[in-house]
Ligand binder design. Structure first.
Ligand code: MTE
Ligand code: HPA
Ligand code: MOS
Length: 749
């Protein structure tokens, strides 16, 4: 089935925040933000700005009726800075004017005096100074200290990984409007409607029931709108509460890039020990997470770094420690992979370093250490249904790994100025929110008396195709055609207390809730049919909008049956609730069974490096991926292609640069480069791994949103591989991204 949004997207009729028809009298909000990264606010003079014709009001921390607090996990982040500023771009006020242009003009008229304080941008420096967001955590298995004596080779090293700008096409934004009796409706481009509702209620000092948050869809979120869509939505709601007019706040691109957090940069130290058979016996790693100026989602992101610190390998002795370091950057946040990519890049670097030193190929170490069924993860869960060795075998046979290696070797022999390289990248990604209570969802289904169906769930559509999957589930159970079903917007008054659309688990959680609701309704309708036909309920089926009795088409259609049930006063509405069974995690012991299941896969990345210019092109990425039993192969392939290229961008072109003073230099699309069609791989081949799937996934179709991003890590090591063919003296620095500039330096040491 095609993505149900494809027509609207292609014809430009899909609705995003700025497509909502503007209500007369709307005020436009523009954020006034801190010009410096750390300091005490001495004074702010708004008088000139306020005097500008068309300026309606300027909201500051003083106007907040409730708490000036938006921290989702830890209460450490103000909506508007009151006494101090902690990063450049931190909101201080919201200017509301009759037009955006006027508000922007007014912003330039605000005078601020700040007593500057020391700025820290480096996580190691923050850690040394004791600037931590919360105490460090350690995951361990076996005993690393005792393991070194069993090692023939021990290597130590350091890794640096930069962040990543989300660059959703639709920037952050919200539109609030007053309803009667002080109630407020907020349309928000958020992954977390309930997060917006909860935080807004706290700031506005009103009950959650008085705030309705509505989400039609997002022009991309990628984690950047899991928590960080909230401030703009609250600002709009606050403006509406104070002025009783509709308020629209939509960030322009440069404001968005400056004010919002990104993927966390990490630094790390590792020690890896291998025995003579190349088995990894011990692995110690310390992560320094650059959290930025407030917690935001950093505790959860850091946790996932620890969960995925050993990627796809079984290592009997592991000690992984992580520090969440407080720096004067915008609070870094969720980004596809949620800390796992950083953890994986570090172990892949450690393996690459060991291979370099031993003068063998990286894949030799990768292969002998692959995780198998029954192996224990450092967090206590036992690996099940592991598809890594099968993926490896499939890749070797389907994509002819040997031939690729041969071609690359012979190409490199005959070419001096251009070299090819390759890398293998296995992935193992745990599915479930790492915080167990978040793994729940609800769905509300109405069957209208004409037989058509309306569905509401907690899932937010952000391009990943979750609405299409929801529709498929209902269409399947009722056996009605897609055009009889409507996916309603995600709305807190219809589906309450939602978890954000995140952790790749949205289709699983909301889909299973929806499945329950649809099954309950189907059963009710079958009961009606059974009594009409005077047969057993078990003999009734639905097929193509017709009622079947004992497998034979009856003269009663779906529409007639629904009408019949309605006249008999059968309830045609149902609410489904799903909570993932089995999963648990004990934070005191750092052990448990946090994931419903894991997704596995393996990618082969092939690159050509121009050794005169330092530029590179990716010839192909060939992937064997564990879809389980994909319920929508087209949507899922789209997720793999998008995730892969996004991951490759993180590893190669995308370079976030802050000055020592904490000013963002890569602050627009002219200074921050994301992959375009020319830098995407020339060929992306995807081979599904033959597996049974798991009942923990909706219709055995495994989650697919985030895992493929980590195939992109292969890009870094493929480039290294090519560089080595040109410059055998090359020493790895393990400092991502591998920009063209860095490649050029590496080619000539
Ligand atoms: N795909 C598109 N097109 N746009 C997005 O914003 N977000 C990713 C992924 N795929 C995203 C996307 C992220 S970070 C997650 S967690 C999942 O989608 C969330 O959706 P799911 O749970 O339905 O997979
Ligand atoms: N993934 C994504 N988002 C989250 C998670 C997670 O594991 N936990 C809390 N928010
Ligand atoms: Mo995705 S980073 O879990 O929104």
């Amino acid at each position: 089935m095609k993505n149900i949004d494809s027509k609207g997207h292609v014809t430009g009729t899909s609705i995003y925040i700025d497509d909502i028809p503007t209500i007369e009298g709307t005020g436009y909000g523009v954020v006034f933000d801190s010009p410096c990264a750390h300091g005490k606010i001495i004074s702010v003079n708004y008088s000139k700005a306020k005097a500008l014709p068309g300026v309606i009001h300027i909201i500051t921390h003083k106007d907040i009726p409730g708490e000036n607090q938006i921290g989702g996990i830890l209460p450490d982040e103000e909506l508007f800075a009151s006494q101090e500023v902690h990063f450049q771009g931190q909101p201080i006020a919201l200017i509301i004017a009759e037009s955006e242009q006027i508000a922007f003009k007014a912003r330039k008229l605000i005078e601020i005096e700040i007593d500057k304080k020391t700025v820290i941008t480096d996580p190691r420096e923050a850690q040394q100074k004791g600037q931590l967001i919360f105490p460090p955590r350690t995951f361990s298995l076996g005993n690393t200290k005792d393991s070194w004596k069993d090692c023939s080779h021990i290597f130590e090293g350091k890794v640096d990984i930069n962040g990543q700008e989300h660059l959703y096409i639709e920037t952050q934004g919200a539109y609030a409007q007053p309803l009667e009796n002080g109630n407020i409706k907020v349309s928000s481009s958020t992954q977390g409607p309930t997060a917006v509702q909860r935080a807004a209620a706290k700031v506005l000092n009103i009950g959650m029931h008085t705030i309705e948050v509505d989400v039609v869809r997002l022009g991309g979120g990628f984690g950047g709108k899991e928590d960080q869509a909230t401030p703009w939505a609250i600002m709009a709601a606050l403006g509406t509460q104070i002025l009783r007019i509709p308020i629209k706040v939509i960030l322009h691109r440069m404001d968005d890039m400056r004010m919002t957090g990104k993927r966390h940069p990490y630094s790390a130290d590792y020690k890896i020990g291998l025995n003579k058979d190349l088995k990894i016996v011990g692995y110690e790693v310390t992560f320094f997470q650059n959290a930025g100026a407030a917690a935001d989602l950093s505790p959860a992101v850091m946790e996932r770094t620890l969960f995925h610190a050993t990627n796809s390998y079984f290592i009997p002795n592991v000690e992984a420690t992580a520090y969440s370091c407080k720096t004067n950057l915008p609070p870094n946040t969720a980004f596809r992979g949620f800390g796992a990519p950083q953890g994986m890049f570090v172990i892949e670097s450690a393996i690459a370093y060991a291979a370099n030193e031993l003068a063998i190929e990286k894949q030799q170490i990768q292969k002998v250490n692959l995780l198998k069924d029954g192996d224990e993860f450092p967090y206590g869960q036992i690996a099940e249904g592991v598809g890594l060795s099968p993926a490896w075998e499939t890749l070797v046979s389907k994509f002819n790994l040997k031939a690729t290696q041969k071609e690359i070797a012979s190409f490199n022999k005959t070419n001096d100025a251009v070299k090819k390289g390759y890398a293998l990248m296995p992935i193992t990604f745990g599915i479930s929110f790492t915080k167990t209570p978040m793994n729940q969802a609800r769905a509300l289904v109405h069957i209208y008396s004409d037989g058509s169906v309306g569905i509401s769930t907690g899932a937010v559509e952000m391009g990943q195709g979750v609405n299409t999957k929801m529709l498929q589930i209902a269409a399947n159970i009722f056996s009605v055609s897609a055009n009889r079903i409507k996916l309603e917007s995600t709305n807190t008054t219809r589906v309450a207390n939602t978890s954000p659309t995140a952790a790749s688990a949205t289709a699983d959680l909301n889909g299973k809730a929806l499945e329950k609701a649809c099954n309950a309704l189907a059963k009710r309708l079958k009961t009606t049919a059974a009594s009409y036909f005077k047969v057993d309920v078990g003999t009734i089926q639905f097929k193509d909008e017709q009622v079947l009795v004992n497998g034979n088409t009856s003269d009663v259609s779906w529409n007639q049956l629904v009408d019949m049930a309605f006249l008999e006063r059968v309830c045609l509405t149902e609410n489904g609730h799903y909570a993932t069974p089995i999963i648990n995690f004990n934070k005191d012991k750092e052990k448990g069974h946090p994931f419903a299941y894991h997704v596995f896969g393996l990618a082969l990345t092939e690159v050509t490096v121009d050794c005169i210019r330092g530029t590179y092109e990716f010839d192909a990425v060939k992937i064997v991926h564990d879809f389980g039993k994909s319920m929508n192969p087209t949507v899922d392939r789209g997720q793999i292609e998008g995730g892969l290229v996004q991951g490759m961008g993180w590893m190669t072109l995308e370079e976030i640069k802050y000055t020592k003073e904490g000013r963002l230099l890569s602050n627009s699309l002219s200074t921050y480069k994301v992959p375009d069609v020319y830098s995407a791989p020339k060929q992306i081949l995807i081979e599904p791994l033959e597996t049974e799937g798991t009942d923990m996934a909706i219709l055995k179709s495994k989650a697919v949103g985030e895992p493929p991003l980590m195939y992109g890590i292969g890009a870094y090591f493929a480039i290294e591989n090519a560089i080595k063919a040109f410059n055998p003296a090359y020493k790895s620095t393990f400092n991502a991204p591998f920009t063209h500039e860095k490649v050029l330096m590496a080619l000539y040491n």
